[in-house]
Design a protein around this ligand. Structure first.
Ligand SMILES: NC(=O)c1ccc[n+]([C@@H]2O[C@H](COP(=O)([O-])OP(=O)(O)OC[C@H]3O[C@@H](n4cnc5c(N)ncnc54)[C@H](OP(=O)(O)O)[C@@H]3O)[C@@H](O)[C@H]2O)c1
Length: 391
């Protein structure tokens, strides 16, 4: 039976709308006609509403149609009740019966629990749960990560969480604690958990707005190629130097698919209460990725000229690698097998796009052409996004 929320409580409250996944979620849900309200913090230059507007303009340019403007609340998860005032809470209580908590810090390292990633991912979740309690929100949708499995190997069931595993970094631990808090919460009537693997760009356009995971390795290859003489390095050699096993496989998922699945699940009452692995059925080998990085930087990066006065030597190369080494060595370990039974039952009709060579190359080209986010803001990228084609 489909439950229809009362007419005045149909809004879905979303956090993390300014991030990569969040911007797709807002787009997809608005296109579905789902009313949304957003909790967004201001940046140094823009108010929360301006940040959201810039993203919606980006989508409008790409889609060629106008999107409704959601209600935007100025909120920071690190503050009690996310820093929202009495009027905000009363509006949310009146209009929202579900929250999609997607915001998180993706800082991998941080021993200090008063700093990131703990601040947003653990204290932040407590504050969002208090907000949920204060506004009587019934359904909690939580974006976690497949890597709450830490360093486990073998088959990982979607309902597994704390199994005495070791972790690759503080981010993974913080996301486990976040899930534990959400699952133990007494406020919401249902808790649904989404666990994507490594999110990469758009499977059609190559677009991305953040450059974690795969893009961090690509950026390293790109930076090295633009600072050392051509032929000094190659993708597989780079991964080898980082201590990465080229036979290891990693699980990547395109952001448009992750968003499509979550948007469908939040609007499907029978999906409530489940945990879904949003993972790819066909992981990629590190050898494939190494070769891709090499091809992408050779085709799209500007290699250093032999007489460039800023050319760096092997010493620079080695020092740079050392500083990056530990983070990437644990990150690019072999992935376990992520069981997808719940995902198949809920969203088997939304197949994950194949991450073939042209698709990956398109993503790499987009990242390099945008200088990994240093070139332009999302609102000005629309035309560019459409024009990125890889032969
Ligand atoms: N990227 C991946 O590979 C990956 C894989 C698995 C799971 N996930 C999960 O997917 C979700 C979205 O990730 P993403 O890749 O879209 O990350 P992202 O692009 O870095 O976006 C993170 C979002 O969280 C917001 N945020 C962080 N701290 C906040 C705070 N204290 N108060 C308010 N907002 C805050 C950010 O706001 P600002 O713009 O203001 O910073 C941004 O909107 C996260 O829960 C993440 O753990 C990501």
């Amino acid at each position: 039976m489909i439950e229809i929320p009362s007419a005045d409580r149909r809004h879905l409250l979303i956090t993390g709308a300014t991030g990569l996944l969040g911007s797709y979620l807002v787009r997809d849900l608005l296109l579905d006609g789902q009313p949304v309200a957003l909790v967004v913090r201001g940046s140094r230059r823009e108010s929360p509403a301006q940040r959201v507007d810039a993203q919606l303009i980006h989508w409008e340019n790409e889609l060629g149609k106008r999107l409704p403007r959601p209600r935007v609340f100025d909120g920071d998860m690190t503050r009690p009740l996310c820093g929202l005032g009495a009027d905000d809470l009363s509006w949310i209580g009146e209009h929202c019966c579900s929250v999609l908590h997607n915001a998180a810090s993706l800082n991998f390292r941080g021993a200090d629990r008063a700093a990131e990633p703990w601040l947003s991912n653990v204290s932040g979740v407590r504050n969002v749960l208090d907000l949920v309690q204060a506004t009587d929100i019934e359904h909690f949708h939580h974006v976690s990560t497949a890597y709450v499995c830490g360093l486990r190997s073998g088959r990982i069931a979607e309902n597994d969480l704390e199994c005495g595993q070791k972790y690759g970094n503080d981010y993974e631990r913080s996301k486990v604690e976040a899930e534990q808090l959400v699952r133990a919460a007494s406020g919401p009537r249902t808790v649904t958990v989404y666990r994507p693997s490594i999110i990469v760009g758009d499977s059609h356009s190559g677009y991305t707005s953040t450059y974690h995971g795969l893009f961090a390795a690509l950026r390293l290859g790109h930076t090295l190629l633009t600072r050392v003489a051509i032929g000094s390095t190659s993708g597989p050699a780079l991964l080898g130097l980082l201590g990465i096993d080229l036979t290891a496989c990693k699980n990547f998922v395109p952001v448009d698919w992750v968003s499509a699945v979550i948007a469908h699940a939040v609007q499907t009452p029978s999906a409530r209460g489940q945990t879904l692995h949003l993972t790819h059925p066909e992981p990629l080998s590190m050898a494939t990725l190494g070769a891709l990085i090499q091809e992408a930087v050779e085709r799209f990066s500007q290699a250093a000229a032999a007489d460039d006065p800023d050319l760096c030597d092997e010493q620079w190369f080695a020092e740079n690698l050392r500083t990056q080494l530990d983070v990437y060595r644990t990150y690019f370990r072999n992935d376990p097998f992520f069981d997808r039974s719940n995902l198949e039952a809920v969203a088997g009709h939304i197949p994950c796009p194949v991450l073939d060579h042209p698709t990956l190359l398109r993503m790499a080209r987009f990242a390099i052409e945008q200088d990994f986010g240093r070139l332009a803001k999302p609102s000005t990228l629309a035309a560019k996004t459409m024009s990125v084609q890889v032969s």
